[in-house]
Design a protein. Sequence first.
Length: 314
Amino acid sequence: MKNKILAALFLLLPPAVYAAPAERAIWTWEKDSYAVVEDTAAAADAIAFLRSRKIRTIYLYADAFEGRNLLEDSPELYRRFIRRLHSRGLRAYALLGSAYLNTEEYVLPENRQDALAMFQRVLTYNASSKPGERFDGVNLDIEPHILDQWAEQKEELLLQFLDLGKAIMDLKARSGQRLLVGPAIPFWLDGIELDWNGAKKPVSEHVADIYDYVALMDYRDRAEGKDGIISHALSELKYAGEIKRKVVIGVEVTPNEIQKVSFDHLSEPEMERELALAEKAFRGEAAFAGFALHNFRGYRAWLRRKPEAAGAGK
């Protein structure tokens, strides 16, 4: 009888009280991605780690690195790893863009073909692979604000960024493939308005119009307040919800010289407390698609530290 009463009370709770935790993804850069693709032991270790941390999606680097391009030259290695991921209930998004390739320069018109070729290689890989071996999506990391000319040419570079996005999505449309494609963008793009494609609106809204989803680099170490994770993401979430897009909230755990940008100086329980507050605030937003952690190597190193080494509170 007691169990029946408890079950009945549980059903009366509002959904937010017992909703499953938000899904998580993780950015995984060149060395770590190549390692798990090439080495079966590293793959097994990575999959065990992802499952233990309840991380459902890995943004897996899938482009050239140190003179090799495994996706193009050894696609069977990606097929093997993605099969293993899918067999364990995990997803793989091709992570495109890197400091190694200086892909911030891909927004420049003279380099656009490099960006399109990079994306086409993923489409070609998927088209030549069995369903269980294909990427589920793509995460683009092309950040024009890194360019030296950003301060003087901000608007021009952002217009080129939008043009590139449209070209990429046109390429996807012509392929007939259904993988989800979205970029990582900084949260402050909602403060820059541009006239593009016949409409004047915040750049963040143009981006949401173009892509299937957005990974918002909402890099702050607290959920609440004017400079917190919640405040910086609400406008993007509300607009994306209106147009039926999704937003993944990116958070940072690697060291940064600006303390508020990363959870690096805090402990895991402190970060989880802040993410729980953010998740509670976002639960009512249809666009909310969970969190993405930056990055695989940094997150593992951060977790290995003793709590006192990560910080003793705020």
